[in-house]
Design a protein around this ligand. Structure first.
Ligand SMILES: Cc1cc2nc3c(=O)[nH]c(=O)nc-3n(C[C@H](O)[C@H](O)[C@H](O)COP(=O)(O)OP(=O)(O)OC[C@H]3O[C@@H](n4cnc5c(N)ncnc54)[C@H](O)[C@@H]3O)c2cc1C
Length: 413
């Protein structure tokens, strides 16, 4: 069997570890969006803060062999910039933090449910007009770059609706809930973890796949080489894999967003939050989330740094619509000015932008494109794996599991 793995992010690395099969990676190193880098002594991540949610005992030894792990208890909140009000996440379980009349109205509306064709309909049905107007609508408009009005509901576990929790939260009994109450992170950094995986894999950096020939069963690389295969694991985004096979993909069938991550090292401000990250529905500069690497772990800061903070600021764009360098510069200046005005940071030591072309993937209501494409690939001996390969929302741990399973399937073939 001649197997190949396309993509050296966490999914491809896991598949490579489980199979020993070559991993073709377009860029110069491993990790995909889970890659760390250093700038002015700060450690940043290419895709913004990446925390390990849902780590189970099956994965733990593999991760700990790469780096010791530390565990953290989530501190996150919704931040309303207009009023400065902070409400712990999930908002719907902390209604007592809202003005009393708003909380009473919201509690009467939450949890009704009902049929919903789009994500926006789903949010309205479950959270009602008061919370939607206040948070869910403006936040999701930014987070999905407007797609929430068109795409099918998904990831509902990120917005849980348990009426017992909502009532308890309204009455004052705060609830720690949601999908990521605890998370882990490699003590040596995410890059150290993916680097350790890569050393135990047959990773081939600088191997950009330009075409998959289904007739001759060869993969063409950007540098003119071609490699034979009879089984492929593809961790590339599903529409990319389909196009590499020469198939037409109607753009509307595979909606996605891109994310511009601003990595910032700065002096602490007078009101630097203590949270790990904040969801922001009303930032004038357009970002939807700001996270604080250094509130999770001081190892993100330059050694011996005093009075510093490091953060990632995420703004979503319609898939592939990268702003021009001038637009990007103007946005970065506006975002920093806003964070300074809120008192979150002082003067910046370093600002570095990173573009995640495929960030969040969606499906249209009733669309069968995803299932049909995966079945067609399977019939050709191509197994899609990972968050982008299978075009569904999932975190690192799930992606690692899928990579390991795909690698085992390659080994068994
Ligand atoms: C903004 C954001 C924040 C997130 N935060 C978290 C978090 O906190 N916790 C969590 O668990 N998950 C988080 N995730 C999800 C997590 O990033 C993914 O589950 C995981 O990184 C998917 O890894 P992957 O290997 O499947 O994909 P990728 O990392 O995209 O890897 C694909 C690889 O394929 C390579 N490639 C692309 N084209 C080609 C080609 N033609 N030829 C060869 N190689 C190619 C790319 O260079 C890349 O290395 C987040 C995602 C986003 C977008």
């Amino acid at each position: 069997m001649k197997g190949l793995i396309l993509g050296g992010g966490v999914t491809g690395l896991a598949a490579g570890l489980a199979s020993g099969v070559p991993v073709l990676e377009a860029s110069g190193g491993p990790g995909g969006i889970c890659a760390s880098y250093m700038k002015e002594g700060y450690r940043f991540e290419r895709g913004g803060g990446h925390w390990l949610f849902g780590l189970d005992d099956a994965l733990r030894p593999m991760l700990e062999a790469a780096s010791p792990l530390k565990t953290y208890r989530r501190k996150s909140a919704v931040y309303f910039a207009a009023t400065g009000l902070k409400v712990p996440y999930p908002l719907q379980y902390h209604l007592r933090c809202l003005p009393r009349a708003v909380a009473r109205r919201a509690l009467a509306e939450v949890g009704r449910g009902g049929p919903a064709r789009t994500m926006r309909d789903w949010l309205k049905a479950w959270f009602g007009p008061t919370l939607c107007e206040l948070f869910f609508e403006p936040f999701h408009d930014r987070y999905t770059a407007g797609l929430h009005a068109r795409v099918a509901p998904q990831d509902s576990y990120k917005s849980p609706v348990d009426m017992r929790q909502a009532r308890a939260g309204a009455a004052g009994g705060a609830a720690d809930a949601g999908y990521n109450v605890e998370f882990a992170y490699p003590a040596l950094g995410l890059g150290a973890m993916t680097g350790a995986f890569a050393r135990r894999c047959d990773l081939r950096p600088g191997s950009a796949v330009r075409g998959i020939d289904l007739g001759s069963r060869r993969v063409a690389l950007g540098d003119g080489r071609s490699l034979a295969w009879d089984r492929l694991v593809s961790t590339l985004p599903l529409p990319v894999t389909a196009r590499l096979c020469g198939w037409r993909v109607p753009a509307a069938e595979a909606p996605f967003t891109s994310v511009l991550v601003l990595n910032v090292g700065a002096a602490r401000g007078p009101r630097t939050p203590a949270e790990h990250w904040l969801y922001v529905p009303d930032a004038a500069s357009g970002f939807h989330r700001v996270g604080f690497y250094s509130n999770v772990d001081a190892s993100f800061l330059p050694r011996g740094a005093r009075g510093r903070t490091s953060l990632y600021v995420e703004r979503a764009y319609p898939g592939g619509a990268r702003p021009t360098p001038i637009e990007e510069k103007a946005y970065a200046a506006a975002a920093l000015a806003e964070l300074r005005a809120w008192g979150f940071i002082g003067a910046a030591d370093v600002v570095d932008a990173s573009w995640v072309e495929y960030a969040y993937t969606y499906s249209l209501p009733g669309s069968t494109w995803r299932a049909r494409t995966m079945a067609r690939l399977a019939a050709e001996g191509i197994l899609p794996a990972g968050r982008y390969g299978r075009w569904r929302f999932q975190g690192i741990c799930e992606s690692l599991h899928e990579g390991l399973a795909a690698g085992a399937a390659l080994r068994a073939a």
